[in-house]
Design a protein around this ligand. Structure first.
Ligand SMILES: [Zn+2]
Length: 523
């Protein structure tokens, strides 16, 4: 009896609802679902605040892999699984850390160890020595002086006042520049400019200082926060392994890597330590660094899930972002944001039962940072370049190559989408142009001929798969959050990411629906 009444009630509500808003345009429905019933912030909160930083192969990373797979399954995606890649190397987890100057006065330090740093094996109390060397010839002054000491590897880094805001959106002038950019010259432009001779020399000298400190038995080395970061913001990536005497380079994540504990300190405090020593003070500090390595499984995995297609189900549209992050923040803008957007875009299409013609496949990549983990997936599924003279790519295709229409990528922080990098594929312009129109009032306006650099799309682009990589507002990416201890949930712009999710969902849907696959760029 009760059942019948509830049933009748539901019909009348539904009927009423349909007469009020009968919206059949899939793009408008995507906007409505993504802006009014978004699950994105819930997803991102769980990834960042609950799971936390997701260094590849750490316990947090593995937890995030399982959680994202199960979450995508719970929304109705099919074939959700963890696809192995590697070997990547060891997992690493920070168990405990404290850092404090204790003489001639007490100064608690804003500091963070670099990933894969070994432990100090209990509290280390030692003098701080400033390796004051302008060139390798100066090392002789420090021979026998560094054993068991805490060593400052760098000099004072100048701190500038901030006269510009830390956060910004692209203005009309910026967008016009994107729109009218000259194509970069051919070659691998999307890898960014090659290092200058001065940069190469600085890198070599830095490596020599680390090698010297290691050989001399230093207990721990300190560096100041790099790039433009100050005010307590620290950028912490992977520890370095001293270059072998034969010049061989290995990553700290590799199983047999031998290095020493490495800590980055807020630039103002680092500079003070250098100046205190230069003024003749004897500076001592206490560091306690406990870590855990996981080397039982050196393989890692990507999270993969699908919305099966209809009449063209054997063809695929892929969209991805990287699940791994650095360890001092919670990987909110790099790249929890992209992961939450891709998951939300898939949820929207699935929830609305839009029934794409092609299969839409979501990939949440592992090992993007410092490793390029997605290259394994691309090689296993689609193909690779054999490089011949002149670095020319001879494409070696897998059968799946011709069934992949495009790869969509988002990995530039928390900013909303402003357009698309055509990645040197001029043939995409007339296809994408009309798809921008429904989002013009939401800030999407521009197609730029060039590509961005430095994310998972690179490996797809390298073998000529059409790339849809989104231009995003900068917000505070390079000034505050990129690879830093401030890459946390509170730096997220929720409305920007909701916008990004509906744009990505709409583009993925359009690519999945059109009669042809997307056109390729000339190789
Ligand atoms: Zn990233």
């Amino acid at each position: 009896m009760t059942r019948v009444i509830v049933f009748l009630l539901l019909i009348s509500i539904t009927t009423f609802g349909q007469t009020v808003q009968l919206n059949t345009d899939p793009i408008e429905r995507i906007k409505d679902e993504g802006l009014n019933r978004s699950e994105l912030i819930k997803t991102l909160t769980y990834l960042t605040d609950v799971i936390g930083p997701r260094l590849t192969n750490s316990p947090n990373y593995r937890r995030a892999s399982v959680w994202t797979r199960d979450q995508l399954t719970s929304w109705g995606l099919k074939n959700a699984h963890l696809e192995p890649f590697g070997p990547f190397g060891r997992g690493w987890e920070l168990k405990r850390f404290s850092a404090q100057v204790i003489e001639p006065q007490d100064i608690p330090l804003i500091a963070y160890p670099l990933a894969w740093s070994p432990a100090t094996n209990g509290e280390l109390v030692a003098d701080i020595v400033y390796l004051d060397a302008a060139s390798e010839a100066d090392f002789s002054k420090f021979k026998g002086q560094l054993n068991g000491k805490i060593v400052l590897l760098d000099g004072v880094r100048k701190v500038e006042a901030h006269f510009e805001p830390l956060g910004r959106r692209w203005n009309d002038f910026d967008m016009l520049q994107y729109a009218t950019d000259q194509p970069y010259p051919p070659g691998n432009p999307d890898l960014g400019p090659p290092p200058s001779p001065e940069q190469l020399q600085r890198g070599r000298f830095r490596a020599a200082r680390l090698r010297f400190a290691f050989d001399e038995g230093a207990a721990l080395v300190l560096s100041p926060a790099g790039a433009e970061f100050d005010g307590g913001t620290i950028n912490a990536q992977a520890a370095e392994v001293p270059l072998a005497h034969d010049g061989k380079r290995i990553r700290a994540a590799e199983k047999d890597a031998k290095t020493l504990p490495q800590v980055v300190v807020s630039v103002e405090q680092y500079n003070r330590m250098v100046r205190m020593i230069q003024a003749g003070e004897k500076v001592r500090a206490a560091f306690d660094l406990a870590v855990k390595f996981y080397d039982d499984d050196l393989m890692s995995s990507h999270t993969i899930a699908e919305i099966p297609g209809g009449d063209l189900k054997d063809e695929v549209v892929m969209m991805g972002a990287h699940l791994d992050s650095w360890h001092s923040g919670t990987g909110a803008t790099d790249n929890g944001a992209g992961v939450a957007v891709m998951m939300e875009a898939a949820r929207i299409i699935q929830t609305l039962q839009l029934k794409p013609r092609r299969t839409i496949r979501v990939a949440l990549w592992g090992g993007e940072e410092n490793f390029g983990g997605s290259r394994f997936y691309v090689r296993d599924h689609f193909g690779h370049c054999e490089r011949t003279t002149g670095n020319k790519c001879t494409l070696v295709k897998k059968p799946e190559y011709d069934r992949l229409s495009a790869y969509l990528n988002l990995d530039a922080g928390t900013g909303k989408v402003r357009g698309v990098f055509l990645s040197h594929n001029e043939a995409l312009r007339p296809v994408l142009r009309p798809w921008i129109e429904p989002f013009r009032s939401m800030g999407v306006s521009t197609l730029t001929i060039n590509g961005d650099w430095g994310s998972d799309f690179y490996f797809f682009d390298e073998i000529g798969i059409p790339i849809v990589n989104f231009i995003q507002d900068e917000i505070e990416y390079d000034t505050r959050t990129h690879h830093t201890n401030q890459d946390v949930f509170d730096r997220i712009q929720p409305d920007d990411l909701k916008q990004a999710a509906v744009v990505v969902a709409a583009f993925a849907y359009q690519i999945a629906m059109r009669d042809e696959k997307l056109p390729h760029r000339p190789m």
